[in-house]
Design a protein around this ligand. Structure first.
Ligand code: NAP
Length: 310
C-alpha cells in the first residue's frame, strides 16, 4: 500500500494552503482532490475580497495559482474522492475509489457545499446571476432588484447584507413560518428595502438562453398558481452541507454535520486535523479557509516531529 507522511482530503482554499505549507516543510503531501476539484471558489467568478489582488481575481485562477504554488514545492494531487477514512490506528488509511493510501497524519479539508434548489435553470445560471454567496457576488448587483431564497438565519443575513447594494431584496420562503432566530428576523423585518413573499417556491429561473437572470417563476404552495417576478439575481440562503460522510462516527460532528474541532484545527483523533468550511459554519470565507489550512499544516508538522511513525 502507498505510504505517506500526510494526506490532505480536499483541494479548495484550505486544502491547497495546507498542501503549500506541508510541501514547504518537506512532507511531500498527497492531496485527494474530491468530487469538486478546487472547491467552491472554482464555481465563483470574480473574487474581490481575497487580500493581495487589487483588481480582484477570478476564483478558478486563484485556485489554479494556489495549486501550482503547492506543486512547485512537491505537493502531489490525485483525482477522485475518499470513500472511507479508517482511523483505528496509525498509520491511518484512506480508501479511495481506486486503491488505498496509508498515512501518518491527515488534514481534512473536504469543504461544504451550498444547498441548491436543484432546478436545471438554476444550475445553468450559477455565476450568471445565481449565487450562494452574498459576500462574494452582492457587489455586482448594485442598484438592482434581487431575490434571496430561504427562511433561516443564512437567508436573513444574506438579505440584510445585500440591502447595502440592491435597491430591493425580496425574500422568498416556501412556508409562512420562519426558522430564523427572532433577532435576525426582527432585524430583517425592520429593513425597508426587504420585501417578503411566503408560501412560494421557485420553479424556474429565467433566462438560460441569455445567460443572465431576468426573472423567476414562483408557484404558490397552497394554490399551485404561478406568476413571474422580474429580478437581476437569485441568492440561495437555504443552508450548507458539510462534506463529512466519509468518516462515519470516527470523528465528532455537530447537529448539522460540521466536523467539531478544538483549538481551531484539532479533531479528537491525534494527528488528524481539520480546516476550512468542513469545520467552519461561521465565517466560510476563502481567506479564513486558507488561514485554517495554514494552521492545520503547522500542527501536522509539530505532530510528526513529536510522534514517531506508527
Ligand atoms: P437552516 O436554519 O437549515 O434554514 C434553511 C432554510 O432554507 C429553511 O428556512 C428552509 O425552509 C429553507 N430551505 C431548505 N431547503 C429548501 C429548498 N429546497 N427550497 C426552499 N427552501 C429551502 O439553515 P441556515 O439558515 O443556513 O442556518 C444553519 C445554522 O447556522 C442555523 O443554526 C443558524 O442559526 C446558523 N446561522 C446563524 C447565523 C447568525 O446567527 N448570524 C447566520 C447564518 C447561520 P423550511 O424552514 O421550510 O425548512
Amino acid at each position: 500500500m502507498e505510504e505517506r507522511k500526510v494526506a490532505i482530503i480536499g483541494s479548495g482554499c484550505a486544502g491547497l494552503t495546507a498542501a503549500l505549507y506541508t510541501a514547504r516543510a518537506g512532507l511531500s503531501p498527497l492531496v485527494i482532490e474530491g468530487d469538486e476539484s478546487g472547491g467552491q471558489l472554482s464555481l465563483t467568478t470574480l473574487v474581490e475580497n481575497f487580500p493581495g489582488f487589487v483588481e480582484g481575481i477570478q476564483g478558478p485562477e486563484l485556485i489554479d495559482n494556489l495549486r501550482r504554488q503547492a506543486e512547485r514545492f512537491g505537493a502531489e494531487f490525485r483525482t477522485g474522492r475518499v470513500k472511507r477514512l479508517v482511523l483505528e490506528r496509525r498509520p491511518y488509511r484512506l480508501e479511495l475509489e481506486d486503491g488505498e493510501v496509508a498515512t501518518q497524519a491527515v488534514i481534512i479539508a473536504a469543504g461544504a457545499r451550498a444547498r441548491w434548489l436543484g432546478l436545471p435553470s438554476e444550475q445553468a445560471l450559477i455565476g450568471h446571476g445565481v449565487s450562494s454567496c452574498a459576500t462574494c457576488d452582492g457587489f455586482f448587483f448594485r442598484g438592482r432588484d434581487i431575490v434571496v431564497v430561504g427562511g433561516g438565519d443564512s437567508a436573513m443575513e444574506e438579505a440584510l447584507f445585500l440591502t447595502r447594494f440592491a435597491s430591493s431584496v425580496t425574500l422568498v420562503h416556501r412556508r409562512d413560518q420562519y426558522r430564523a432566530s427572532l433577532i435576525m428576523l426582527a432585524r430583517a423585518q425592520a429593513n425597508p428595502k426587504i420585501r417578503w413573499i411566503t408560501n412560494a417556491e421557485i420553479v424556474e429561473i429565467r433566462d438560460v438562453e441569455k445567460q443572465e437572470v431576468t426573472s423567476i417563476v414562483l408557484q404558490d404552495t397552497r394554490t399551485g398558481r404561478r406568476r413571474e417576478l422580474p429580478t437581476a439575481a437569485v441568492f440561495l440562503g437555504i443552508g450548507h452541507i458539510p462534506n463529512t460522510n466519509f468518516f462515519g462516527a470516527a470523528l465528532e460532528t455537530d447537529s448539522d454535520g460540521y466536523l467539531v474541532t478544538r483549538d481551531y484545527v484539532f479533531t479528537r483523533t491525534p494527528g488528524v486535523f481539520a480546516c476550512g468550511d468542513v469545520q467552519d459554519r461561521r465565517y466560510r470565507q476563502a481567506i479564513t479557509a486558507a488561514g485554517s489550512g495554514c494552521m492545520a499544516a503547522i500542527e501536522v508538522e509539530r505532530f510528526l516531529q513529536e510522534h514517531a511513525a506508527g
